[in-house]
Design a protein around this ligand. Structure first.
Ligand code: DQA
Length: 151
């Protein structure tokens, strides 16, 4: 995951929550075989074509995700793509953080939580986000990025 280059292109934060650092080996029948670095590379390539810049981050800690949402707002990010992992289904604090900022947030999931366990059917992130793209593997991230210039 490259650091943000020194550029004037609009920045898209791509925030990833718990256990997504394990992509590639984590339940590949559900999440695929690509690593988060693979996904970041694809997003960086497409971002350049779209005239955007992506800043891809991952944390296993809820507060980091909240701090990064605040930072995205403070720095004038164009959008946030947020895969909050399991915090999607539990975090009122993430809901509040998304509501507190004016940066558009697109909820992203590799899998389709609605076809999985019942506890994944509720999304606090989705209740606050502008849109949700789920179930398409790494393409979910790329399609979310495609939307950013049209937001
Ligand atoms: C996920 C779906 C969540 O339910 C799960 O907890 C994850 C990954 C996805 O990308 O499919 O960690 O967000």
């Amino acid at each position: 995951m490259a650091n943000r280059p020194d550029t004037a292109r609009p920045v898209v934060y791509v925030l990833n929550g718990p256990n997504l650092n394990l992509l590639g080996t984590r339940e590949p029948h559900i999440y695929g075989s690509e690593t988060l670095d693979d996904i970041a590379g694809s997003l960086e390539d497409r971002a350049i074509e779209l005239g955007l810049d992506v800043d891809v981050r991952q944390s296993n800690h809820e507060g980091h995700l909240i701090d990064w949402l605040h930072e995205a707002s403070a720095t004038g990010a164009a959008a946030v793509l947020l895969n909050a992992g399991a915090y999607t289904h539990t975090s009122v604090a993430l809901y509040d953080a998304i509501k507190a900022i004016s940066v558009p947030v697109i909820e992203v999931h590799l899998s389709n939580p609605h076809t999985r366990e019942a506890f994944r059917h509720q999304s606090y992130v989705g209740m606050a986000a502008k849109a949700t793209i789920a179930g398409l593997g790494s393409l979910s991230y790329l399609l979310a990025l495609e939307a950013v210039p049209r937001l």
